[in-house]
Design a protein. Structure first.
Length: 134
């Protein structure tokens, strides 16, 4: 399979404080912010030499990102790979024995269909598959 890294997701407590921090760190402004109701998160995107970085903050104190931060602290949350056919790739991974966290793709940030592979099946790394919505 020809995976292309789409973005790296970083869990943060607050976009209000994290966006300025990453703008100073990267020397570039965030090019987009977006709310993702399906995941109950706010996101901010940065672009560095063709690589996207997504800051992800929870909108729900009991949401997945809030629970992640409570358990592990702020930091690397996931790596997303762009795939040409998310349904076919989900089927392939299921046949290979991977556990998917959602049975059908969900609409995520950046106009993408997304599906997550359980981190227990990928050495503790949450993998996101994504495909641009047509």
């Amino acid at each position: 399979m020809d995976y292309k890294v789409d973005h790296i997701g970083i869990a943060v407590t607050s976009l209000k404080t994290s966006i300025p921090l990453y703008e100073r760190l990267l020397g570039e402004p965030s090019y987009k912010t977006e709310q993702v109701p399906s995941e109950a998160v706010d996101t901010a995107f940065f672009l560095q030499n063709g690589a996207k970085i997504e800051l992800v903050a929870s909108l729900d104190p009991n949401g997945v990102i809030a629970k992640f931060i409570a358990k592990k602290g702020e930091g690397l949350h996931h790596i997303a790979f762009e795939v040409p056919d998310i349904l076919a790739e989900m089927e392939r991974l299921k046949k290979e024995g991977f556990i998917l966290l959602n049975e059908t793709p969900k609409l995520g940030a950046d106009n993408k269909w997304v599906c997550f592979v359980h981190p227990k099946d990928a050495n503790g790394v949450l993998i996101e598959l994504c495909q641009t919505k047509k």
